[in-house]
Design a protein around this ligand. Structure first.
Ligand code: 0O2
Length: 224
């Protein structure tokens, strides 16, 4: 399993000058980064244990790679604004589930559910909710399985409950989501029906490829 530390380099690009209030909240946000890192470490630790147990049992590894990131202050501010909430440290801590994020790229669609089941067996965190955009893709064409888990993290001797979003997807789903994210997802440009339909048909083509690759792997006896 290949582990990369940041999954969204675009998020750490320098930001335009901001107000004193913005800078103050951002400073507090950065002070909380150890807590978000703690949540990510908890999920990463669980994944390493899962992988180790599979290796020891001689099982096929269903995970291609894992990345993680802490959402940047600017991306957080924009997300709060999309939810109609002001950028305050309370809103950052209480209203968003994905400041800490782990993305798991699985080899086949069925692997997504297999890894999900293994992750949910862990008692290192509390399961909060699941959103299955693989079974029911978003109208945009977006596919991924999202799990929200809550971890207990100690920060300066104080115990805090920190949520982490785990995104599970195949390489094909990831390739579509990464490109679409850059092109459109957060773009300020007006909606364009023709582009929306083209992106959706790319998502369908990639999904059909995923299904076909899975069928071939089943035929070869690589997966059941
Ligand atoms: P970024 O910059 O990728 O982090 P929740 O709080 O869990 O109930 P949430 O987070 O408001 O709900 O929404 P949702 O739909 O679960 O989406 C969470 C994340 O999924 C997004 O985070 C994206 O990473 C990804 N996502 C959702 N829809 C799309 C889509 O249509 N296209 C792409 N490319 N990604 C999508 P952020 O913070 O919005 O963005």
């Amino acid at each position: 399993m290949k582990i990369i530390s940041e999954y969204d380099i675009e998020q750490i690009k320098p930001q335009t000058p901001q107000s004193a209030e913005y800078l103050e909240i951002t400073k507090k946000f950065r002070q909380m980064s150890a807590a978000f890192e703690g949540a990510i470490d908890c999920v990463m630790g669980t994944l390493k244990t899962i992988e180790q147990e599979m290796i020891e049992s001689g099982l096929r590894i269903p995970i291609h790679s894992v990345t993680s990131r802490i959402k940047s202050p600017d991306s957080t501010r924009q997300k709060l604004a999309r939810h109609g909430l002001p950028y305050t440290i309370d809103n950052v801590m209480n209203n968003l589930n994905d400041i800490a994020g782990v993305r798991i790229i699985c080899k086949y669609i069925t692997d997504i559910y297999h890894v999900r089941d293994l992750l949910l067996k862990s008692d290192r965190y509390t399961f909060i909710k699941e959103k299955d955009y693989v079974k029911t893709p978003k109208p945009s064409g977006y596919r991924s399985l999202h799990l929200i888990v809550e971890t207990d993290v100690s920060v300066d001797g104080e115990n805090r409950k920190i949520r982490c979003e785990i995104q599970l997807r195949t390489s094909a789903m990831d390739s579509w989501a990464s490109l679409e994210h850059n092109m459109r997802y957060k773009s300020d440009l007006p909606e364009n029906e023709q582009i929306n339909e083209s992106l959706k048909s790319c998502a369908e083509a990639l999904h059909n490829t995923d299904l076909e690759m899975q069928r071939i792997a089943q035929q070869l006896g690589i997966i059941s």
